[in-house]
Design a protein around this ligand. Sequence first.
Ligand SMILES: [Cu+2]
Length: 156
Amino acid sequence: MKKTVLAACCALLPLSALAEVQVSEVWARPTVAGQGAAGVFMQLQTTEAATLVGGESPAAQSVEVHEMVMQGDVMKMRRLENGLPITPEKGAELVPGGLHIMLIGLQKPLQVGDKVPLKLFFEDAQGQKQTVETTAEVRPMMPAAEQGETHLLHAH
Ligand SMILES: [Cu+2]
């Protein structure tokens, strides 16, 4: 369905700035054949309060915003129905074991080095929608363990 968003509301709110959302450090884990979904992780910053409401990717049938919750002794993931609120003070951190973007219905397994195009949909407090286009780089599960410890010495 096509939605047309008009900027008419801004005439009534001359002082409100549009939220400017920055997406960085976008990466995903590789998957194996038969694995239908993958988590994508990133850092989010915004100049005004905004909400990450969803996304879209040619690599997957659907894209959802998920959180991890404890149910008894089991860690489960759950879709954030109302999206993920982001504030200028805190931003948001999407990390393994926590908040993440879920690619559901993968077209093919994600391999290390793949670049997955991803559109993220945000909405600010005034209901203004915006789309941020980014790319998730598929990285090894545990780069530090794979490369050994010596790479830490090369920091300087
Ligand atoms: Cu998930």
